[in-house]
Design a protein around this ligand. Structure first.
Ligand code: ZN
Length: 300
């Protein structure tokens, strides 16, 4: 081909139940994508490798990979374990390395958590655009949170684990003991999808907007929202994930957050309809973030 060679990127949103992978053009346009059920690492990595081998054959080899993965995962580029899954309750995944699946391509790889990746996707192309400091929360099988400042995820020695914060739990109103194998009634133990199903025998979306379950869920999530606001003073918070699709939940969450803040913050007031928002990219935030990570991997 004459002129500048075309560049392609490999992107992977690695979730606990499914991997979404794509080969894209340099501008992020998806050329081909596939969804792979998350099995054990050997099965999943074989499918992942197979997808990118075929995509490379059909279009061209990726110049870099971006991987937004479920955690815990080592996201320190200086670490010898960069991109390695850390100790997890997810069977067989402790110690798994994406390098084993994709290293044969011999191109740069950038790793981050699925939550940081989704936050990045929303900041660049979704509901987080224009926010200097953006918080992103996902409520689904687990609960995770990220904070981006000018497009860079804040992390400590590792990524944040906001889902496991302690929340006020009234055992009279909510006798459910909690579902977290580590902490029992931490936020995730009380408010993630599996806790809702264990407590009510149904998903929140089927219980209906007026159900006590929605009010209780909003109470727990508002404690997280208020905590994030007080710690980070974000310009906006995106709340995504399967549970957040439940009718009436985001409205109840906004109301409860206003109530918890108690009028203390003059700049965060009103009905919060422009402040606590749904994802703009719907279910594609994570994959979009992975594409952006691949682009960043090449820039170094
Ligand atoms: Zn926990």
């Amino acid at each position: 081909m004459a002129g500048k060679a075309r560049k392609y990127f490999g992107a992977v949103e690695a979730g606990g139940t499914k991997f979404v992978c794509a080969l894209t053009q340099a501008d992020g346009t998806v050329l081909t994508r596939a969804t792979i059920p998350t099995g054990d690492p050997a099965q999943t990595f074989a499918s992942l490798r197979g997808f990118f081998d075929a995509a490379a054959c059909d279009h061209g080899a990726p110049a870099a990979f971006g991987i937004a993965s479920f955690g815990p995962i080592d996201i320190d580029p200086a670490s010898p374990d960069y991109g390695r899954i850390l100790k997890t309750t997810k069977a067989h995944w402790t110690g798994a390395r994406y390098e084993d699946a994709l290293g044969a391509f011999g191109v740069p790889m950038r790793f981050d958590t699925d939550v940081n990746g989704a936050a990045l996707g929303e900041w660049v192309k979704g509901a987080g655009q224009g926010a200097d400091t953006l918080a992103y929360v996902t409520v689904g099988t687990g609960i995770g949170g990220a904070v981006l400042h000018r497009g860079v995820a804040l992390n400590g020695s590792g990524h944040f684990e906001m889902g496991h914060i302690r929340v006020s739990h009234d055992p009279v109103r909510d006798p459910f003991g909690g579902h977290c194998p580590f902490h029992g009634d931490c936020l995730e133990g009380l408010a993630a999808g599996p806790a809702i199903r264990a407590r009510w025998g149904a998903d929140l979306s089927t219980l209906g907007a007026g159900h006590e379950a929605v009010s209780l869920e909003a109470d727990y999530l508002a404690q997280m929202a208020a905590t994030i606001i007080l710690l980070h003073m974000p310009d906006r918070i995106v709340f995504g994930g399967g549970v957040m699709k439940s009718p009436g939940l985001i409205e109840a969450l906004r109301q409860r957050t206003v109530s918890l803040l108690g009028g203390y913050l003059e700049g965060i007031a009103g009905d919060l309809s422009d402040y606590i928002v749904a994802p703009g990219l719907r279910d594609d935030a994570g994959l979009t973030g992975a594409i952006l990570l691949a682009q960043r991997a090449l820039k170094g």
